[in-house]
Write a protein that binds this ligand. Structure first.
Ligand SMILES: Nc1ncnc2c1ncn2[C@@H]1O[C@H](COP(=O)(O)OP(=O)(O)OP(=O)(O)O)[C@@H](O)[C@H]1O
Length: 213
């Protein structure tokens, strides 16, 4: 799409994507192209398929036909990494906040110059390091998951309703994190119920799933 860093090779491309849970089908002939530094905002009503499309892009579901390709990381020869932030945050409620970040950091590579403590400070949870995660509110847990996202070096973020459960300052935090990620050459696909929820700075495409044929 013109103006969306069209000179840079895309991080994610779908061609002729088709998927359905049943014979009626949900998507067909879906062509998407996401270039570095750009966002793709998925909007639509409940049940329109936002989470399903994100799960397809993450490889958690297989398309019925068509393809999904990620750019190849030249140093490893592997597809570029993606970070997933879904409805289920995947936090270990028996662990403290900082233990959760260290645990996930032990499983995945970590972004340089970012530590669990600095990520918690960025999301406004400094002072919560040793609080058991089960004692946090829904919005505070969401912030822990955002701190985990910050620690990830993945260039491609897939975020399912990242503004849910957050107060206005939390929503601004999400916008700041996304804007910063895009300025650093990352890309984001995120789902929202209304396009105006996504107030981050940076180029974006909008895909209204209610408007698909
Ligand atoms: N595992 C499944 N098996 C069968 N149908 C499913 C499954 N998961 C979702 N669906 C159906 O697919 C449709 C799209 O669901 P999806 O969760 O992708 O929508 P959504 O746009 O993310 O909704 P919401 O805004 O409510 O989160 C819904 O009609 C849902 O019932």
């Amino acid at each position: 799409m013109a103006g969306l860093n069209s000179e840079l090779p895309p991080l994610l491309v779908t061609r002729g994507l088709a998927f359905g849970y049943d014979e009626h089908g949900m998507f067909r002939d879906l062509d998407l192209c996401l270039r570095p530094g750009t966002g793709l905002v998925l909007c639509g009503s409940n049940g329109s398929g936002k989470s399903t499309l994100l799960r397809l892009l993450a490889g958690l579901l297989l398309p019925d036909s068509g393809s999904i390709e990620r750019a190849i990381e030249h140093t490893t020869g592997e597809p570029v990494a993606l970070a997933w932030h879904g409805h289920h945050l995947g936090l270990k409620t028996g662990l403290s906040v900082i233990e959760n970040l260290r645990w996930s950091g032990g499983m995945h590579e970590r972004r340089r110059r970012m530590t669990p403590a600095s990520a918690l400070e960025t999301v406004g949870l400094d002072g919560f390091e040793h609080v058991p995660t089960r004692e946090l509110s829904a919005g505070q847990r969401k912030r822990v998951a955002l701190a985990r996202l910050l620690l990830s070096p993945a260039p491609l973020w897939l975020l399912d309703e990242p503004y849910a459960n957050l107060d206005p300052r939390g929503a601004q935090l999400v916008d700041r994190l996304i804007g910063h990620h895009l300025r650093n050459g990352g890309s984001v696909v995120l789902s929202v119920h209304r396009p105006d929820q996504a107030a981050f700075e940076g180029p974006r495409q909008l895909l209204d799933l209610d408007a698909l044929p």
